[in-house]
Design a protein around this ligand. Structure first.
Ligand SMILES: Cc1ncc(C[n+]2csc(CCOP(=O)(O)OP(=O)(O)O)c2C)c(N)n1
Length: 288
């Protein structure tokens, strides 16, 4: 798929709106995970907008591809994308983490809203993905299963059991995406529990490995398209992203892993995103 300049511009603007909604939701709740929600918002949006088979009229369509947010603490990014698709009413976004809201700090399964699986306890999403991929094969359903993992999350041993199972059952309908932002909640992933050489580890477990610059729309889309054409084994995309995305003072730091911005930080963060938005509208494409 080739993107026209106009499409690219629209997608970039949509992603910025999503990131602004993420910040607004977390600011309003005064609780949540801005860094890792911002880092992966573009991936979740591109999956739903450009890659996955979905029915915008019916989130429960039985042929849909399945998305599992294994790094459940990035729930605000998922909710903001589902609201862009029309599955969640925009006003609902701002009930994040309120008592009785459908939009809790970590996703609670609610297929009517497009929330496929409850997650939040790290390390579970890939095993669930293996189950969904096996079930799809048994049902002769040609759906794909996409699982978004955090890189810190890979410290969970259960992930590696699922990696083995994915290879054992030759699950070519299973695609894992790693948000390789390099930071988890207490510091850098390499300091806390080293992951490198990460690509070689997944290859040794029998997975097809694709590495992408997660800030480049075209590269991400090409990576997903390549995945669809590789048969006989599961695939993983190691996506190099930035914790905090374009918000300068949230980048590459654990400080905003699990802390909401205060009013001053929120205003500054929105301003930074709005400046990028203005440049895109003026035709200076900032390729997220
Ligand atoms: C089983 C489990 N242990 C600990 C936590 C607490 N926790 C929440 S986020 C996080 C760090 C995750 O880091 P990473 O996967 O790199 O997330 P990202 O940087 O993408 O936000 C931890 C340890 C959890 N949610 N589940």
């Amino acid at each position: 798929m080739t993107l026209s300049v106009a499409e690219e511009k629209r997608i970039l603007l949509d992603i910025l709106e999503i990131k602004k909604d993420v910040l607004k939701m977390i600011f309003q709740a005064q609780s949540g995970h801005p860094g890792g929600s911002l880092s992966c918002a573009n991936i979740i949006y591109l999956l739903y907008n450009n890659i996955m088979k979905i029915n915008r009229e019916d989130p429960q369509w039985n042929k849909r591809d399945i998305f599992i947010l294994s790094k459940g603490h990035a729930a605000p990014a998922l909710y903001a994308v589902l609201s862009k698709l029309g599955f969640i009413k925009r006003e609902k976004l701002f009930t994040l983490r309120q008592f009785g809201s459908d939009l809790q700090g970590h996703p609670v399964k609610n297929p009517k809203l497009g929330i496929e699986i409850s997650t939040g306890s790290l390390g579970m999403g890939l095993s669930i993905g293996v189950g969904c991929a096996l079930a799809a094969k048994l049902d002769n359903n040609d759906r794909m299963i996409y699982v978004l993992l955090g890189d810190g999350e890979l410290n969970e041993g259960s992930i590696w059991e699922a990696v083995m199972a994915g290879n054992h059952y030759k699950l070519d309908n299973l695609i894992a995406i790693i948000d390789r932002n390099g930071i988890q909640n207490d510091g850098s992933t390499e300091e806390i529990m080293a992951l490198e050489p990460l690509a070689e580890k997944w290859k040794a477990f029998g997975w097809e490995v694709i590495e992408t610059d997660g800030s480049n729309l075209r590269e991400i889309i090409q990576g997903f398209e390549r995945c669809k054409n590789i048969l006989g084994r599961p695939k993983v995309i190691i996506s190099y992203l930035i914790k905090g995305a374009e918000v300068s003072f949230m980048q590459h730091t654990q400080k905003y892993h699990g802390r909401a911005p205060n009013e001053e930080e929120f205003t500054l963060a929105l301003k930074e995103l709005e400046n990028i938005e203005k440049n895109i509208k003026r035709g200076i494409i900032y390729n997220d």
